[in-house]
Design a binder for this molecule. Sequence first.
Ligand code: ATP
Ligand code: MG
Length: 448
Amino acid sequence: MPEAAEQIIERLNCAGYEAYVVGGCVRDILIGRTPKDWDICTSASPVECERVFEGMSACRIVETGLQHGTVTLVMDHVPYEVTTYRADGSYSDHRHPDSVRFVHALREDLARRDFTVNAMAYHPKEGVQDYFGGQEDLRRGLIRCVGQASQRFDEDALRILRALRFASVYDFSIEEETDRAIRLLYETLSHVAEERIWQEMQKLLCGRGVERILMGYPEVICHILPELKPCMGFQQHNPWHHFSVYEHLAKSTAQVPPDTVLRLTMLFHDAGKPQAFTLDEKGVGHAYGHADYSVRLALSAMDRLHVDHKTRDRVLLLVRDHDLPMERNRKEMKRRLGKIGGEAFLQLMEVQRADALGKGTFNREEVERAHLERTNRLRELMDEHPCVTLKDLAVNGKDLLGVGIPAGKRIGKILDVLLEEVLDERVPNERESLLKEALFLYGKEEEV
Ligand code: ATP
Ligand code: MG
């Protein structure tokens, strides 16, 4: 526990108030993870809390949400949220309590929290405060609502997705009653703002248990992402594919590293297959051009969820190109490098590896070996800093004007041809050779 958190607790205690670290940070400590942030709960009211810290040096007070009882203390540039014990009033919009009231007992504050593993507090002298069996559930790897699950989800539908998120991130199971309530109430997720859905979804996708959660709760996932609904149970009738489209999406998502761009790409890469599907006369299924349909579906989902544009655009590029044949030689590799850049190209290789692994018909060792060989080849190529775009060419338009080629469209055309010749390694990327070649090309055009 950071010293500042201990200081905050001690200072509140000395002033006669209770104080504990609480929630996610206690959970993370108990499972050996480093907490992202430290939350503190206290019996002091916000005003009392401010009074306790007013005179303290090296501590800045920010009134974050006074009506919710939260004061942020910034110490050493780290924010600590200090929140007064509170209980939530009734919920009428399936998301926000209509009111909150401050309460006097820690237990009441813990009882309003979502899951047993998130409803523990800790004090350096008193140890872990665990009224709802959070430690036992952590040991058993269970996500369980505090109190009656259906009531807790009915109050705040976002908790449904948080349950799936925690189960994915920690690779936990979902306790039976909690599971039943999820399946009963998931449609109430419509009441939740898309931004909040995306925040949870992003973590869910990057969790270790993502395949199990995508496979175990397809109806919930497809409620959030209706673009994927036609994929559920959609059989591919193709010898290369063992699984339905949805299963393949779930399996290949789990095969890329836990990165938002890569996981989202896999989740959508084949989403357009049902739209593009045809059966040939032999009864074999095809989905020619499905990548373009997938791009459209991914775009519609990502815009709805307010996914940031950088993530969105990279996902769209990778979905668009996921099915392109692998480059057969160095020249093809350079061309693709010039088109999409090194970072996207390395990502595309991850995507194609995961796609193969998610089909269930390829030998894993072979896929891994080919992937390693291919990425090594690309890295070696990138280390050479080859000329792959007009920008890398050792001459530019001005240079061509300088040797007497007149301004106009021809300059651009000649530069394009020079790049092609350099890519094909017919001409070295050197000024002298390129200018000579440019004059030769110009002369040839003159003749025509
Ligand atoms: P993370 O590690 O992602 O921050 P977290 O559990 O800390 O996970 P926060 O959103 O930071 O999640 O919330 C802090 C704590 O507040 C939770 O541990 C939980 O006790 C409580 N909490 C958060 N959201 C809800 C909610 N929707 N309903 C009930 N309790 C909640
Ligand atoms: Mg947190």
